[in-house]
Design a protein around this ligand. Structure first.
Ligand code: MG
Length: 321
């Protein structure tokens, strides 16, 4: 089966959004950006053997390829609208493509995202998704808005995906019962779009956690020209991490990566509104510290005592820890 036939059979569907003036099938898609809104665009590539195991369930891979992109829109407070997909495959395996498309399109439907085009080529397995959304002119959550005295929060729990990865790499052995929910966090991350939209006007700065809080938070601090102190006992951990020695749990939760939760700052007077939003969305949000004045200074504490970190977030251009 050729490229066009595969695309037609597994990816092409009737139009789903009326802001798509022209969908896939021409040289470009034509999209209508609502008046008064800005286009929010992000792109992410997943490479076999780097970001995922070649033998991973293709349905999960389709989900995750879109999820990690949607997470970037969530971090900006943007509303998701359109995606395009570039798929490079070593061989044309129709069952694989069908399952990949199923995972991708199921998540797209969940967030009313329309696939508006893409490309399929032969080569080492890799997936590039470009996601587009919109955000009101003054509504975007940037990394640069945090001020000293702001509270610092994270959504969900951190480190579960990293613990599952350690098991899959043979560095730890977890029971099937403990592994199942952690593996779901790793392979089926849920982008926090509703939380991001709800934080417009409440949060002062935000980003999503892909490499681990310890390194991602530094980006927010650098962009805002501020520092932070984080209370380690407040970091939300999935139950299996709570059972580990604290140093090991912190390393996973702060430097393991692949969490796709939001980290954000907000003035203390927004605390009640933020907890009300979290309750309405049934999305846990935890206060983990506060923004301080010293630019770039990130202080870790436990019960008020300083803790020297030995962990570091994931960096593709450094050696693995
Ligand atoms: Mg991001």
């Amino acid at each position: 089966m050729g490229e066009f036939e595969l695309i037609r059979r597994y990816f092409q569907r009737p139009p789903r959004r009326d802001d798509v003036v022209l969908g896939s099938g021409d040289d470009c898609a034509l999209l209508a950006v609502p008046a008064g809104e800005l286009l929010a665009v992000s792109t992410d590539t997943l490479v076999s053997g780097v970001h995922f195991f070649a033998e991973v369930d293709p349905r999960a891979l389709g989900h995750k390829a879109l999820a990690v992109n949607l997470s970037d829109l969530a971090a900006m407070g943007a509303t998701a609208r359109w995606a395009s997909l570039a798929l490079t495959l070593p061989v044309v395996d129709e069952a694989w493509v069908a399952a990949f498309a199923e995972g991708f399109l199921a998540l797209a439907d969940e967030h009313q995202v329309e696939l508006i085009g893409g490309d399929m080529t032969r080569g080492p397995l890799s997936i590039t998704v470009t996601i587009q959304g919109t955000v009101p002119q003054e509504g975007a959550l940037r990394r640069s808005g945090a001020s000293p005295g702001d509270d610092l929060y994270v959504s969900g729990a951190l480190g579960g995906a990293a613990l599952a990865l350690q098991h899959l790499l043979g560095k730890r052995s977890l029971s099937a019962e403990i592994l199942a929910p952690l593996r779901r966090a790793l392979e089926w991350p849920q982008p926090r779009l509703a939380l991001g939209e709800g934080l417009r006007g409440l949060a002062s700065a935000a980003l999503d956690l892909s490499d681990g809080l310890a390194s991602d938070l530094r980006h927010l601090l650098a962009a805002s020209g501020v520092g932070a102190e984080v209370a380690l006992e407040q970091i939300p951990l999935p139950a299996p991490l709570g059972a580990l020695p604290p140093e090991e749990a912190w390393a996973l939760a702060l430097a393991g990566g692949d969490d796709y939760e939001l980290c954000f700052s907000a003035p203390p007077q927004q605390a009640a509104a933020i907890q009300a939003l979290a309750a309405r969305l049934a999305c846990p949000v935890t206060l983990i510290g506060r923004i301080t004045e010293r630019a770039g200074e990130l202080r870790w504490q436990h019960s008020g005592q300083p803790v020297a970190p030995h962990w570091q977030g994931w960096d593709h251009f450094k050696e693995a820890p």
